[in-house]
Design a protein around this ligand. Structure first.
Ligand code: NAP
Length: 300
């Protein structure tokens, strides 16, 4: 049984993860900027932007799970917003490390979210955890995020980072945006439709975090993506099939997407074909390996 503190535990991934970890018998508490709104789990106050934290949150903790971060999809990427996106991930974990140092407390493990955005737009290349960082805001953000988390390794903690792909969940995130579009009879390819999307079902993502909590041989970086990335065309086609809607044989031009979304268009236009070999070699067995099965479980 572990005593786990989750940053950003009130979010989409956190809610599912808390349920899973509690069911496995772990003690879970979370850090939130609004602990009074949190139900079903002990919540402590922090505000990384103001460098404020209830230091009691770390008492008896042996595992930190770091999920906190401003949404990358919500607002226009101004330079101010980009700073918020990065700092909500870096200053937050740095604040926890600072408290650990000052109080001479220690934790055994730090397990953090990162994202496949680390690789940037890579065409047909098969991306392993050893592939170089890509270019662009997302890649730079993920690098800073991972470097901030890695400071924990220098402090002697076991550090695990999951580079998460497009998350499939019925409770929110990118899939629900695609669903809205397709349900409103507006489904079509984005850009040339050939870009790769590395997806992961929420049950598998939560399963990976849970394994990393209890299995100390998990260490370093893992692509948290299914073994079968799909191209944008196939992804939208499968969503349309699952929702019994047509997919129009047109392509929404890159230029239009750039006008509508600005730099954020990279979220849907970027091609990232990841390998899942490392996590499989680690012993993780995927519950969902095809996009059709994964979508069926969500939409049925
Ligand atoms: N969902 C995906 O598809 C996906 C894919 C790749 C990577 N990830 C990464 O995985 C992590 C968790 O994702 P998620 O989908 O669960 O995100 P989410 O639903 O947006 O939740 C993130 C949580 O972070 C906290 N937060 C937001 N801004 C903050 C700030 N400025 N300072 C401190 N805490 C802040 C919020 O908690 P409070 O409001 O309670 O403080 C929020 O509940 C994120 O870092 C995300 O980038 C997600």
């Amino acid at each position: 049984m572990k005593n786990i503190l989750i940053t950003g535990g009130s979010g989409l991934i956190g809610k599912h993860l808390i349920e899973r970890l509690q069911a496995e018998g772990h003690q879970v508490s979370i850090l939130s900027r609004n602990p009074e709104n949190v139900k079903g789990v002990k919540a402590f106050y922090w505000n990384p932007q103001k460098q404020e934290i209830d230091r009691y949150c770390l008492l008896g903790i042996n595992t930190i799970i770091h999920l906190a971060g401003e949404s990358i999809a919500d607002k226009w990427w101004t330079s101010e917003r980009k700073k918020e996106i990065v700092e909500s991930r870096t200053l937050s974990i740095a604040l926890l490390y600072k408290v650990l140092q000052e109080t001479k407390m220690s934790v055994g493990s730090v397990i953090s979210a990162s994202a496949v955005g680390y690789y940037g737009d890579r065409g047909e290349e098969l991306l392993t955890e050893d592939s170089n960082k890509g270019t662009g805001f997302l890649a730079d953000c993920c690098q800073e995020w991972e470097e901030a988390v890695d400071k924990g390794a220098e402090m002697g903690f076991r550090v695990v980072k999951f580079r998460i792909g497009l998350l499939l969940s019925k409770d929110g995130g990118a899939l629900m945006e695609f669903r809205k579009i397709v349900r409103n009879y507006m489904g079509s390819d984005l850009g040339n439709g050939k870009q790769w999307y590395p997806w992961i079902h929420i049950d598998d993502l939560v399963g990976m975090f849970a394994k990393a909590v209890s299995d100390s041989t998990y260490q370093g970086t893992y692509n948290a993506c299914s073994p079968s990335s799909v191209r944008n065309h196939e992804f939208t086609q499968e969503v349309a099939k699952a929702l019994h809607r047509p997919l129009w044989p047109i392509k929404i031009n890159k230029v239009i997407l750039n006008i509508v979304l600005g730099e954020k268009s990279s979220l849907v236009l970027m091609s990232t074909n990841t390998s899942s070999k490392k996590i499989e070699k680690q012993g993780y067995s995927f519950r969902y390996t095809t996009i059709r099965d994964a979508l069926r479980s969500i939409f049925s």
